[in-house]
Write a protein that binds this ligand. Structure first.
Ligand code: AMP
Ligand code: GLY
Length: 436
């Protein structure tokens, strides 16, 4: 593939902010770009530490001043932000003030994710289809709204809660408990000052992620994640237990519909409201019998969707991001591997609740075949060992001619890697497999 060399100082240094599975995939992909001399990851994990062309730097993803200093000191020419927390804290605003290229939305634009109440009001105002809702700040008011909406319904803590601030409630008793818990500030702190109460939607979910330059969008390949902890999509919500791409449920017609009814009005609305949106825009949608409805917007790439999506991307990610940032989004052409990629998250026992850390992981020294990639999430180096350091520990991702083959390959490799109390779902991709 040819890469146009339009910059003076190449190859360049790229900084990836974050330390999870998404960031390992971003760093791995960035390091393959002929435009890149070195990829820095702040803070990274044990996977990025051993990736060729990649170096971890011990600066936390939330340490904005430290990140700025790092980028200036190392003459970083492009920064890509993985997680939502630094975006919501204004890392893009800070980098721009210092003339540094940083791919992601500003703090104001990041409210699409950092406040569920903001997102719902925005969608209502701009005619973007979403579940009926109300916002409450007291248990009493919340209960009144809940009765009006009817059960089951969904309660969402307003702010960032790492995928754990969403509870489906079946009856009044449970609603009262969850509302009390959320509004007390104990479970979610500031994030729980307001609660969004939503109509319960039935259907299949899909993740639709685009690259946006403030006005236009280039869609990435479709994907679907599995947010529930247990097989059969049961149990509590997590950050995501696995994902695959493409998601056959997103037909060409649905793709058009999502662009026209969700992405285009969202970008237009944000620009009109004075918060032009640049970066990865992620719409989590429920495909209901009355059409697609937005469950949530994320203002960043999904985790674990990034891992299978980037495994299928043949194009140079860094060249593409530079085209988007430099006002050349019209020139972006994405080339995808036609195969399916499927990633299985290996998690620590107890996740999404309490779990142990520091467990040695075995099997990571095995050399995986070319169609398998083990992305690290919550791992770190402890002397010579790689040990667990988070709830989602690895994402074993495989390419296959069919979803079933990708799943079988990922499962086969997952079985060779382990640590005490590890668990994973054996049914990632089940809907696509059933669809045939
Ligand atoms: P969110 O963080 O808002 O995407 O919610 C996390 C997960 O909760 C979603 O991926 C859905 O599985 C589920 N969920 C959220 N909102 C609704 C809803 N209104 N109806 C049914 N399920 C929902
Ligand atoms: N996989 C969903 C997320 O990144 O929030």
């Amino acid at each position: 593939m040819s890469v146009r060399r339009t910059r003076k100082h190449i190859p360049m240094k790229v900084l990836i902010i974050g330390g999870g599975g998404r960031e390992h995939a971003l760093a791995w992909k960035a390091a393959q770009s002929p435009l890149v001399e070195e990829v820095l990851v702040a803070p990274g994990n044990a996977g990025t530490a051993s990736e060729p062309g990649v170096r971890n730097v011990n600066v936390a993803a939330e340490d904005l001043a430290g990140l700025l200093e790092l980028a200036r000191e190392q003459a970083v020419e492009l920064t890509i932000v993985g997680p939502e927390v630094p975006l919501a804290a204004g890392v893009v605003d800070l980098f721009s003030e210092h003339g540094l290229k940083c791919f992601g939305p500003t703090k104001d634009a990041a409210q699409l994710e950092s406040s569920k109440a903001f997102a719902k009001e925005f969608m209502a105002r701009h005619g973007i289809p979403t579940a009926a809702y109300a916002v409450a700040e007291s248990v009493e008011d919340g209960m009144r709204q809940a009765r009006a909406i009817g059960f089951p319904l969904v309660l969402k803590a307003d702010g960032l809660a790492a995928g754990k601030g969403v509870v489906i409630v079946e009856d009044e008793h449970q609603a009262e408990n969850v509302l009390t818990d959320m509004l007390s500030g104990h479970a979610f702190g500031e994030a729980g000052r307001q609660v969004v109460i939503e109509e319960f939607l039935v259907g299949e979910e899909a993740s639709f992620i685009v690259l946006a330059d403030g006005e236009q969008a280039v869609p990435l390949a479709s994907s679907q994640d599995h947010k529930r902890r247990d097989e059969g999509d049961l149990g509590p919500n997590t950050g995501g237990m696995g994902a695959y791409s493409p998601a056959p449920v997103v037909s060409a017609q649905l793709h058009e519909q999502l662009i026209n009814e969700v992405i285009a009005p969202a970008l237009r609305g944000m620009a009109r409201d004075g918060h032009r949106f640049t970066g990865f825009l992620y719409a989590g949608v429920m495909l209901t019998s009355s059409g697609p409805k937005v469950l949530e917007f994320n203002v960043r790439f999904g985790d674990p969707e990034t891992q299978p999506i980037l495994m299928r991307l043949n194009s140079d990610l860094i060249a593409v991001v530079l085209q988007v940032l430099d006002g050349r989004i019209d020139q972006v052409r994405l080339d995808w591997d036609p195969r399916t990629a499927l990633g299985i998250v290996v998690a620590a026992g107890g996740y999404p609740g309490q779990y142990a850390r520091g467990r040695p992981i075995s099997g990571l020294d095995l050399v995986a075949p070319g169609h398998v990639k083990v992305f690290h999430a919550g791992t770190r180096l402890a002397d010579a060992d790689i040990v667990t350091s988070g709830g989602r520990v690895l994402c074993v991702t495989a390419l296959g001619e069919t979803v079933a083959q990708a799943q079988a390959r990922a499962l086969e490799w997952t079985a060779r890697i382990g640590f005490e109390d590890a668990f994973y779902r054996r049914d990632i991709g089940h809907r696509a497999i059933r669809r045939g």
